[in-house]
Design a protein around this ligand. Structure first.
Ligand SMILES: [Zn+2]
Length: 238
């Protein structure tokens, strides 16, 4: 079942390691097949170098394992919550990549300080709140997803392809597992640069909104013209 998706999700998990975003086993990637409503996710606590496609676990949108001998990642309920909240999400990552995690631990959104950030996020990287004692005690991992969904009320999931969970670490998403990984890489680099920028100039007020809007719209939405799209106007020079 879903052999290509298992291969894609395995590769995405290995790419997290290749990009230096994972220490030990502190990270996971999943992908969904919307047609069948099945999600493929990394098994819990297995060393990356030992993973094979058949180790990938298939669960349904309620979290029931439908294929696989291993337990799915303990963070699976958080992934499910996001898949259920936004039908456009096709892949999700969770890492403890250091700079993004530093912002999460500092309980700070990542302000948009430059065009590198604006190319990926249409504003500050949002911060979801701490979980309450009750939310930790009962359904902890599902509640991680719920506070992210709560934070995204009024926010567009595509314009903000990631979030910081207060005191914890980032989640990112995309149209598939590979794109979710790209967003995890970009988020870590954005966080790294923001950290250095704030050290060099703690008073910096951020990228002017007209430059932020220009950079985001160059790459995203109906007027996007960055890259090699067939619709790219021939007059564009880069
Ligand atoms: Zn975590």
């Amino acid at each position: 079942m879903l052999e290509q998706l298992k291969q894609d999700v395995l590769q995405a998990n290995l790419d997290l390691v290749r990009h230096g975003l994972v220490t030990l086993t502190w990270g996971n990637v999943s992908g969904i097949d919307r047609g069948s409503g099945r999600i493929v996710i990394k098994p819990s606590g297995v060393a990356y170098e030992a993973l094979t496609p058949k180790d990938m676990v298939v669960v349904d949108l309620q979290g029931k394992t439908v294929e696989g001998a291993l337990h799915p990642s303990t963070d699976t309920p958080a992934h499910l919550c996001l898949y259920n909240a936004c039908p456009l999400i096709g892949g999700i990552t969770h890492t403890h990549s250091p700079y993004a995690t530093m912002f999460a631990q500092a309980c700070r959104e990542i302000p948009c300080l430059g065009t590198t950030h604006a190319d990926q996020f249409n504003g500050p990287v949002p911060l979801a709140r701490f979980l309450s004692a009750n939310e930790v005690q009962d359904g902890y991992e599902a509640n991680m997803g719920r506070v992210i969904v709560e934070r995204f009320q009024g926010l567009d999931w595509q314009s903000f392809p990631g979030v910081l969970l207060a005191g914890h670490a980032p989640f990112t998403w995309g149209k598939n597992a590979a794109e979710a990984v790209l967003h995890a890489v970009a988020l870590e680099r954005i966080a790294h640069m923001a950290c250095g920028t704030l050290q060099l100039n703690p008073q910096i007020s951020g990228l002017p909104s007209h430059i932020l809007a220009k950079h985001y719209r160059r790459k995203h939405g109906p007027g996007a013209y960055y890259g090699q799209s067939k619709n790219k106007p021939s007059s564009i020079k880069e």
